[in-house]
Write a protein that binds this ligand. Structure first.
Ligand code: HEM
Length: 361
């Protein structure tokens, strides 16, 4: 398990609901449920591994992460993707000026009263040097006799690579992929190969919509090493209280998104003038219009202008012409020929009026 993921999981607290929907600014209760509970020994290990990742101490990291969740995509989001890919990736670290920081306020009182968190904060630089450089150097030196290789590859390059991968969670996972759970946030479900590199964090759309869930990939075949690790720790008895959002609610979000997408796609299609926007004709008016020579046919109480279609009619012009001036519903629906759904759709584009209630034939 990478140090990146350990660190991420340790600090991954839920955000207040609906920040981007103009909801009330609710300060998180410090006792708000975590995605899971790690026991003291595990928390200590995570604090050490997290220090080795060199991504600042837990309190700062968690404050930024909570602000990111609560104010995602706004100016108060510390690494908002709205400020550009590079800014979300690492620009926010380079350009951040704490005095003028716009990062939104979040409650971290639980972290302030946590002795492991406080200890890690106080000795962060020392712990980073030990866990990030000294330990890899010594381990490689003692196991392979290559102290320099350990320092360069496992220490310097290893730390730099894992940092870049973590930064990708804020940039790539807010940039590449689809949004099957919510479109109100920039977070995306990245392809599995990216997600594998990000230890599961690439399933970011799910994570932002259901932050209290210890998983990010919820299907059995989703590549989510973070989830696997937590489940394994739970099996060992080191992690408890693993939270899962109710599947029924997750299903609702998926369906709502599918409906949203369908509605968007539907808008790109010409379905014909909506019935409610058409003028209402009396039956006599319809008959009068056809007497003037217009090729009109009533089918399902709508008047259709078939002038340009009569000659192209696959059943021949004569058979369709026989319905002009009449109610052709029965003929169209099987009396003469049971037309396809495609024919019905084509018909809808020809409608020009609706017949007043009860007036036909
Ligand atoms: C109401 C009077 C109509 C009659 C009696 C009629 C009859 C027929 C018949 C007999 C066929 C089968 C042709 C074959 O397989 O050889 C046919 C096909 C077809 N007709 Fe009509 N037709 C009528 C109106 C319309 C109208 C108003 C439309 C406009 C959309 C239309 C569109 C089609 C289409 C697209 C087909 C090809 C098969 C299919 O998609 O169902 N027809 N029609």
């Amino acid at each position: 398990m990478s140090r990146v993921q350990c660190l991420a999981q340790l600090k991954d607290l839920p955000a207040a609901p609906y920040p981007d929907r103009g909801g009330p600014m609710v300060i998180l209760d410090a006792t708000a449920p975590l995605a899971y509970t790690a026991n003291t020994a595990l928390r200590l290990v995570f604090a050490l591994l997290g220090a080795g990742a060199g991504q600042d101490h837990i309190k700062k990291w968690a404050r930024d992460h909570r602000a990111h969740h609560r104010y995602v995509d706004t100016d108060q989001d510390p690494y908002s993707i709205k400020k550009g890919f590079f800014y979300a990736h690492m620009g926010w670290i380079i350009f951040e000026n704490n005095k003028t920081s716009t990062t939104g306020r979040v409650d971290i009182s639980d972290l302030k009263s946590d002795r492991i968190v406080e200890w890690q904060r106080r000795y962060f630089v020392l712990l980073f040097a030990i866990m990030g450089y000294l330990v890899p150097t010594v381990v490689c030196g003692l196991s392979h006799g290559d102290f320099l290789g350990g320092f360069v590859w496992a220490g310097c390059i290893g730390t730099a690579v894992q940092q870049q991968l973590t930064f990708c969670v804020n940039s790539v996972a807010h940039w590449v992929g689809d949004r099957p759970f919510t479109a109100t946030k920039s977070a995306r479900q990245s392809p599995w190969a990216i997600t594998l590199l990000l230890m599961g964090e690439g399933y970011h759309n799910f994570h932002h919509e259901f932050p209290t869930d210890y998983r990010t990939g919820i299907r059995w075949y989703d590549v989510d090493p973070g989830k696997w690790m937590i489940a394994f720790l739970s099996f060992l008895g080191l992690a408890t209280n693993l939270k899962r959002f109710p599947q029924n609610e997750i299903n609702k979000s998926i369906l709502q998104r599918k409906r949203e997408k369908l509605e968007n796609e539907s808008q790109a299609v010409d379905w014909g003038v909506p019935l409610e926007e058409l003028p209402v004709w009396k039956w006599e008016e319809y008959e009068e219009q056809t007497r003037t020579g217009r090729n009109l046919i009533v089918i399902r109480r709508a008047v259709h202008d078939v002038s340009t279609f009569v000659a192209e009619h696959p059943g021949g012009p004569a058979i369709i012409a026989a319905a002009i001036g009449k109610d052709g519903t029965e003929m169209f629906e099987g009396g003469v020929y049971g037309h396809s759904n495609a024919a019905s759709n084509l018909l809808d584009k020809m409608r020009i009026a609706v017949i007043e209630d009860g007036m036909s034939r």
